[in-house]
Design a binder for this molecule. Structure first.
Ligand SMILES: CC(C)(COP(=O)(O)OP(=O)(O)OC[C@H]1O[C@@H](n2cnc3c(N)ncnc32)[C@H](O)[C@@H]1OP(=O)(O)O)[C@@H](O)C(=O)NCCC(=O)NCCS
Length: 179
């Protein structure tokens, strides 16, 4: 089980740093959570700042949100995305992530994912982590496969993510971490 007191504030990589969600990140989070990212996640293209703040505050108090990190680019020090781990019974699956499209490629998400997965498996006894990815979200499927995630063929296309979207369940196991 995940230790609720396990609260490392910062995971520092070469090109990105993961920082636990804090209230002073809310505005930057809102600004970087772009219409394109929202479309890929199957949610409406825009929202008011207050809606984002309400959502983030709810996540901070939600026991199903076990780890909520914002991704910062080490060069520009900008908040460029987020990566979260939810409990296994959360309707959106365990792993959730996004990176603003101006920062796609270049290894930032790969490093963010690697930092998160390392921390997750070091701080819990869990053996797997899974995510749901819309079947037409090719970029996300490829990004996760590059890290070692595999499509769970037994549940293929049986889950829904966003409105009317079929999704794959993708799985990463502890054994895949660093040999
Ligand atoms: C998913 C996400 C976090 C990945 O970050 P990223 O920086 O784009 O990922 P990467 O660049 O590491 O990997 C994407 C890979 O997909 C490949 N790719 C992109 N479009 C592709 C396509 N149409 N066909 C085949 N490969 C494609 C890229 O070439 C890249 O692989 P490469 O590095 O071997 O060239 C980011 O794209 C994102 O935020 N998307 C919107 C929100 C989202 O989908 N979140 C995930 C929900 S499950």
């Amino acid at each position: 089980m995940i230790d609720g007191n396990e609260k490392q504030a910062c995971l520092i990589g070469n090109i990105v740093t993961l920082k636990r969600l804090r209230e002073d990140f809310f505005e930057e989070y809102h600004a970087m959570f772009s219409p394109l990212v929202r479309e890929r996640l199957g949610i409406p293209p825009t929202s008011e700042l207050q809606q984002t703040i309400d959502f983030l505050k709810a996540c901070m108090c939600d026991p199903q949100h076990l780890m909520f990190f914002c991704i910062f680019d080490n060069q520009t020090h900008k908040l460029i995305g987020s990566i979260v781990v939810r409990s296994a019974d959360h309707p959106n699956g365990q792993l959730g992530s996004w990176v603003n499209e101006n920062f796609w490629g270049g290894g930032r998400y790969q490093e963010a994912l690697s930092l998160l997965l390392t921390y997750y498996f070091e701080s819990t006894d869990e053996h797997i982590i899974f995510a749901f990815v819309a079947v037409d979200n090719v970029r996300s499927i490829k990004a996760h496969q590059k890290m070692g995630f595999m499509i769970d063929q037994t549940t293929q296309q049986s889950h829904c993510y966003g409105p009317d979207k079929n999704s794959y369940k993708i799985i990463f196991t502890r054994e895949l971490l660093g040999g």
